[in-house]
Ligand binder design. Structure first.
Ligand code: IPE
Ligand code: IPE
Ligand code: MG
Length: 256
């Protein structure tokens, strides 16, 4: 009995940890509305949650964190909100990049970046270049990103290679297509988190999430704390990932 208790105590440090976490940071607007504040204040508060979760990942030794910051559909929002979000991106990049760099974070952006104004694009370029040598955590920010766009781009690139005679049409398989997608060089996300209570993917990483463990919480993004992140990690650790196999097969391979 005593032995069992000891095991239960040491277990948390041995929890299976995701290598790559992908998050839909949703609920900023509702957070502000609840407090009778303009939606913009919710986005500003959301930046603080980003800081918290980036350090939470670093503290735990997670390799990659992908954050959905602006979807290809978010342009449909009122012009003023889109404008304020762009201003917040610029402001945040200027303010945070040096600190992230000092902390060993490699920043990357995915999405159709051609849509952004040159000032923002150059800040993104600088952030990527300045932090390219860092290896402690890869922070991927998805902006003007859509999973369908990602897949269409990959298909277009494969078609261009086939037209140029570099690739046979018969060589186009799921490995070839997957290899052309954004973040193909990173491990696929192990854990997906969506805050804000909605249970949908909203055109985030459609292909890359094929075998990701999904976790939904009603907490609004600005309220998402280190403790809430720990709960998501606990949930992840309690799941058996089978990738099509049976539970017994997984248990056997663990013992082998
Ligand atoms: C997520 O929060 C941030 C972005 C999409 C930029 P929302 O702005 O979608 O917040 P809700 O869903 O309206 O509360
Ligand atoms: C998804 O949130 C996109 C981001 C968090 C950037 P939305 O708030 O845009 O998603 P929908 O519209 O509710 O599906
Ligand atoms: Mg939303």
């Amino acid at each position: 009995m005593a032995q069992e208790n000891v095991q239960a105590e040491v277990q948390p440090t041995q929890l299976a940890l995701p290598r790559h976490v992908a998050i839909i940071m949703d609920g900023n607007g509702r957070w502000a509305k609840k407090k009778n504040l303009p939606r913009y204040m919710g986005h500003r508060e959301g930046v603080k949650a980003v800081r918290r979760i980036v350090s939470a990942c670093q503290k735990r030794g997670i390799e990659a964190l992908t954050l959905f910051a602006f979807s290809s559909e978010n342009w449909r929002r009122p012009k003023t909100e889109v404008g304020l979000l762009m201003d917040l991106f610029v402001h945040t990049l200027k303010k945070e990049v040096n600190r992230l760099d000092r902390n060993g974070v490699h920043i990357r952006f995915i999405g159709n970046l051609t849509a952004f104004d040159p000032k923002l694009r150059s800040l993104m370029d600088i952030a990527e270049q300045q932090t390219a040598h860092n290896h402690r955590l890869t922070l991927v920010i998805a902006v003007n990103y859509g999973g369908r766009w990602d897949l269409a781009e990959a298909a277009r690139r494969l078609a261009a290679r086939a037209m140029a005679g570099e690739l046979e049409v018969d060589d186009i398989d799921s490995e070839a297509l997957g290899g052309e997608l954004c973040i193909a060089d990173l491990p696929e996300p192990d854990l997906f988190i969506r805050t804000g209570g909605e249970q949908r993917i909203s055109n985030f990483l459609l292909w890359q999430l094929a075998y990701t463990e999904l976790y939904f919480t009603d907490l609004l993004w600005p309220d998402f704390t280190d403790a809430a992140f720990s709960e998501a990690l606990q949930s992840f650790a309690s799941r058996q990932r089978r990738f099509g196999q049976t539970g017994d097969q997984i248990e056997q391979s663990k013992r082998a």
